[in-house]
Design a protein around this ligand. Structure first.
Ligand code: DGL
Length: 277
């Protein structure tokens, strides 16, 4: 087998459309590589599912991406990063193939927090799964014990995105509601993390209701920079990433529906293919 045959695309996985907010920035920062985006739209949302189910679905997706030649997979999903990443890294990868890697989105987001928040009062919006896992407070306090963290689960935000309702007037009620709930937990917040990759699609309305004095952390740029740094520090993995500048889009739901929304969001034609996990 030649070196060229051993290379493969970088896998980017999410429960649905949300990971496109990460993929878009990764493509912008690292246009040279090939990518496979996989959205498990048929089984979204993950955020209300149990630990075991999120783990099982995520492992199926990662295994599928490996079968398509990916050596490196990014879980562009906080819920999967919170509930499945560690088990996959520690228990599954050594058995599947110790040379392959799966990376998440929580650690890179947390690492730069001290550069963003000036008061040390941070709020986290996430799915119920991410919030209940306590992953953000735990990871933040490992690095920055002085930062105070409050969290708010927003179970209605992912359905708004998945059903194309995010920019409609009906979305206002739920956007405002969760922002108010978070603010009652800490009136001095200067930074909030959109700790679900779907939420940046709601950014215009979130900005409208939260006001201009709060910094909003979106993960796309952060994860893209972290991936770029990772590939620089791991030349052995970088060599295994194929460089054709192409992206393949896979979904477990209707591919026409996926292609329509993804084309609008990415501002380029997308032609998705349906797969089963
Ligand atoms: N986009 C995902 C996240 O970052 C999950 C959304 C969901 O399926 O509930 O958490």
């Amino acid at each position: 087998m030649t070196d060229l045959q051993k290379t493969g695309p970088i896998g980017v996985f999410d429960s649905g459309y949300g990971g496109l907010t990460i993929l878009k920035e990764i493509q912008r920062h690292l246009p040279v590589y090939d990518y496979i985006y996989l959205g498990d739209n048929a089984r979204t949302p993950y955020g209300t599912r149990s630990f075991d189910v999120v783990y099982e679905f995520t492992l199926q997706a990662v295994s599928y991406l490996f079968s398509q030649g990916c050596h490196l997979v990014i879980l562009a999903c906080n819920t999967a990063s919170a509930k499945a990443l560690r088990t996959i890294q520690q228990n599954d990868l050594p058995a599947i193939d110790p040379e392959r890697r799966v990376l998440g989105v929580i650690r890179p987001t947390v690492e730069i927090l001290n550069k963003i928040s000036s008061t040390g009062h941070v709020g986290v919006f996430g799915t119920a799964g991410t919030v209940d896992s306590e992953s953000y407070p735990i990871e933040i306090h490992k690095l920055f014990p002085e930062i105070s963290v409050v969290q708010q689960a927003c179970p209605m935000w992912v359905p708004l995105v998945e059903n194309y309702e995010g920019d409609q007037p009906g979305a206002d009620y739920f956007i405002d509601k969760y922002i108010r709930l978070l603010k009652t937990k800490d009136r001095d917040l200067d930074t909030i993390i959109l700790a679900c990759t779907h939420y940046p699609i709601l950014l215009p309305k979130i900005r409208q209701f939260i006001g201009d004095d709060v910094k909003i952390v979106c993960q796309g740029e952060i994860v893209a920079q972290s991936l770029s740094d990772y590939l620089r520090r791991h030349p052995e993995m970088e060599k295994k990433c194929s460089k054709g500048g192409n992206t393949t889009y896979l979904t477990t739901e209707n591919p026409q529906k996926f292609s329509r929304l993804a084309s609008v969001f990415l501002n380029e034609p997308v032609s998705a293919v349906r797969i089963e996990l």
